[in-house]
Structures are given as structure tokens and as C-alpha cells.
Design a protein around this ligand. Structure first.
Ligand code: TMP
Length: 210
């Protein structure tokens, strides 16, 4: 499967990823490119239902093993129902999270065995890997500040302690180093406009849109 038109975005909660993804979709639209936005967990009817189970704050009893299987189930459905058929018909796809989230959150964050996590990721995606992955990097302290000032109700994962996010951010940094040909790290602490400009420049270059 040609993955060239598939780009993912990653980062800890409150890194600004969802805002940036939206701005990128708009910039592409202006250039005449209609990219599909797929969010994880979610993006299909079944996967959105799994998302509700995963993020429901009352599900405090969820075991990390159940958690990783649910994220993987949502992803398997998204990949096979939508992503692979879309790529096969030449569509452009921007994913707001993909399997690197599972490696960072369930592998590094929850401490599940990394070789098992990699195997499960491969199984759920039938081996599909994004062509490029943008990592929006902010410190867990900055994320905690943003969380506080956002003033909105935290979901189940957003309510986790800062040490959980330190492990995840460290995991992302490790992934960016291990897969340096795929990852593009963008410091997420700058202004929204500057970050959007940098992402747009890079994506237009990747897809030869200049
Ligand atoms: P979102 O807030 O970016 O929509 O993501 C939902 C939450 O789920 C976020 O806290 C990250 C977490 N997550 C995982 O723990 N593992 C995964 O595989 C994915 C896709 C998300």
C-alpha cells in the first residue's frame, strides 16, 4: 500500500495538536487539496463507540490490558473500514493520532511490554505506517498549565498525574529518535500562527505542493 498521502500528528494532551491539524486542513483546502481528517480513537461508527468507553471518566476501573485492546480495536476498524480504502483511491489523509499514541501512552505511559505493543500495533493496522509523523512537543508542566487554564472537564486520561505525562513525553522523544526518518518534531510552545506556518511549509514540501 502506498502510504505517501498519509500523515499523522502526535503529542501529549494539550500540545495543541488538534488546533494545528484543523489549520493544516484549511491551508490544504485553500491550495485545492481536500485532505480527510481522521481522529483516533474514533473515525468510524464503531470506533467512536469505543472512544466513549475509553474516555468516560467513570471508567476508572479500566485495566491497562483492556485499555490497549480497546484502542487497538478502534484502530483496526478505522484502518480497514476507512484508511486503507481511502489510500487505495488516492485520497490525502491527516490522522490526529495513530499507533505511536499506543506506544507512547500504553507502552511508555502504562509500562506495557514494548515488543508486545509493537506487535499489536502491527496487527491492528495490518502493517500500515504513516509516511510522516509530526510530533508537537511541549513539556508536561506546560501541558498541565494549559489543562488548568482550559477549565474544561478532564476526560479519563486527561485526569492522570503529571508523572504519567512525563513518561509519555519521554516515550515520544524516544520514538522520534528511533524513527528519525519518519518523525518531524515541532516545538509546541511557540505561537499558534508560527507553528501552523512551519507545519504547512513542511507538509507542502512533503507533498510537492509548492
Ligand atoms: P485526543 O484527546 O487526542 O482525542 O485523544 C484521546 C486520548 O486517548 C488522549 O488522552 C490520548 C489517548 N490515547 C491513548 O492513550 N492511546 C492511543 O492509542 C490513542 C489513539 C489515544
Amino acid at each position: 500500500m502506498d502510504n505517501t498521502r498519509f500523515i499523522s500528528f502526535e503529542g501529549i494532551d494539550f500540545c495543541g495538536k488538534s488546533t494545528q491539524v484543523r489549520l493544516l486542513i484549511d491551508a490544504l483546502h485553500e491550495r485545492g487539496i481536500h485532505a480527510h481528517l481522521l481522529r483516533e480513537p474514533g473515525g468510524t461508527e464503531i470506533s467512536e463507540k469505543v472512544r466513549e468507553i475509553l474516555l468516560n471518566k467513570s471508567h476508572q476501573a479500566m485495566h491497562p490490558r483492556a485499555e490497549i485492546l480497546l484502542y487497538s480495536a478502534a484502530r483496526a476498524q478505522l484502518v480497514h473500514e476507512k484508511l486503507l480504502p481511502m489510500l487505495a483511491s488516492g485520497e490525502y489523509i491527516i490522522a490526529d493520532r495513530f499507533f505511536d499514541s499506543t506506544t507512547a501512552y500504553q507502552g511508555f505511559g502504562r509500562g506495557l511490554d514494548l515488543s508486545f505493543v509493537n506487535q499489536l500495533n502491527h496487527f491492528a493496522t495490518s502493517g500500515l505506517v504513516p509516511h510522516k509523523t509530526f510530533l508537537l512537543s511541549i513539556s508536561p508542566e506546560e501541558a498541565a498549565r494549559r489543562r488548568k487554564s482550559a477549565g474544561r472537564a478532564n476526560d479519563r486520561l486527561e485526569s492522570e498525574h503529571i508523572s504519567f505525562y512525563r513518561q509519555i513525553e519521554q516515550g515520544y522523544r524516544q520514538l522520534a529518535e528511533d524513527f528519525s526518518g519518519r518523525f518531524i518534531t515541532i516545538p509546541g510552545a511557540g505561537s499558534v500562527e508560527n507553528i501552523a506556518g512551519e507545519i504547512k511549509r513542511q507538509v507542502f514540501k512533503i507533498w510537492n505542493l509548492e
